[in-house]
Design a protein around this ligand. Structure first.
Ligand code: NAP
Ligand code: GLV
Length: 307
């Protein structure tokens, strides 16, 4: 069996060694255009079209992230199995990140810290948790974990997904018919949708304007979900109180982008849930063993749905 690895940037020698240890007796290569033998599996992040065009014997393409938008934009053979990363240590990180952002906003810690830096010992009047319902868009692997974590801090939590869901303590909405009520009942909006034709630009002037006044947006999914200028307009009009943005249309965020200097924005460099090498290798190796012994695996992407 041959497995080829293709990530942008420097040669992933640590990954290669990890895979070799997890799957002894398998041949590995770091993919190089025109030089790599036919592989049975590829492990990728943002692969080029050339890999797909050359590697015509792949049984599956393993993505080392949860989001597969970077793969589905390629021209793929219709029967190629694309497999997304299924948690592998990401959901706990996402729960930490989102709870941190929600709590920082709700407890006004940015203002508390700013006052201390000015040498002011000043208390702020506690805000009411019931006035800060948090709405989670996308109730998949990450969104469900995030919704449950927020609920443990006793925030009112709403959720929105494509199909109907039941999560204890979460007021779940679904589909186009449930979107309006979900938005109207949400003050802090967390985006954990996959990027698909249906969800691109979903955070726009019309949808964000339906949030409760003083709304706050936490985008931890993809930059192309958000219409940047619409967010800026609603921040400047005062309808939105702020936003925590971890993902951007162009990454790294261009130096001249208006987001950098905006006082109502908290920015992080696509770091809310990182791919963890050991957990990822273990998950992919075990799925390859399962496929080789004829078993079904979780995390196979439905290309027509786009996630
Ligand atoms: P997932 O398990 O595939 O869950 C996706 C959820 O979105 C599902 O609940 C799905 O509904 C819902 N959904 C999809 N299309 C929808 C639509 N048109 N309308 C309403 N709901 C829709 O994905 P995940 O593992 O939770 O990851 C979510 C995304 O997070 C990834 O795609 C990726 O872009 C992003 N991400 C970001 C980072 C980071 O560091 N910033 C890290 C990891 C992932 P159903 O349940 O009904 O199918
Ligand atoms: C990261 O953004 C991922 O999709 O895993």
């Amino acid at each position: 069996m041959h497995i080829t690895i293709c990530f942008p940037g420097p040669k992933p020698l640590g990954w290669l060694a990890g895979f070799q240890a997890a799957l002894p007796n398998v041949e590995f290569s770091i993919w190089s255009q025109g030089e790599t033998p036919m592989a049975d599996y590829a492990v990728v992040w943002s692969p080029p079209q050339a890999l797909i065009d050359e590697q015509v014997q792949l049984k599956a393409l393993f993505n080392i992230g949860a989001g597969v938008d970077g793969i589905l934009k390629l021209s793929l053979p219709p029967d190629l199995k694309v497999v997304r990363l299924d948690d592998a240590g990401m959901s706990v990180q996402m729960a930490e990140f989102v709870c941190h952002a929600v709590i920082r906003h709700f407890r006004e810690f940015d203002q508390v810290e700013a006052a201390m830096q000015r040498g002011e010992w000043a208390f702020r009047k506690p805000l009411l948790r019931r006035d800060f319902p948090v709405g989670v868009m996308g109730l998949g692997v990450l969104g469900t974990r995030v919704a449950k974590a927020l609920q443990s801090f006793e925030f009112p939590v709403l959720g929105w997904s494509r199909s109907a869901k039941t999560i204890d303590g979460v007021h779940c909405h679904h589909g186009d018919e449930g979107f309006k009520d979900f938005l109207a009942g949400t003050r802090v909006l967390v985006n954990l949708l996959p990027l698909t034709a249906e969800t691109e630009n979903i955070l726009n002037r019309e949808t964000l304007a339906q949030l409760m006044p003083g709304g706050y947006v936490i985008n931890v999914a993809r930059g192309a979900h958000l219409v940047d200028e619409d967010l800026l307009a609603l921040l400047d009009s005062g309808h939105l109180a702020g936003a925590a943005l971890d993902v951007f249309r162009e990454e790294p965020l261009p130096k001249e982008h208006a987001f950098w200097a905006h006082p109502k924005l908290q920015l992080t460099p696509h770091t809310s849930a990182r791919t963890l090498r050991d957990e990822t290798i273990e998950q992919i190796a075990s799925k390859i063993r399962a496929l080789e012994s004829g078993q079904a695996i979780a995390g196979v992407v439905d290309a027509t749905r786009g996630y």
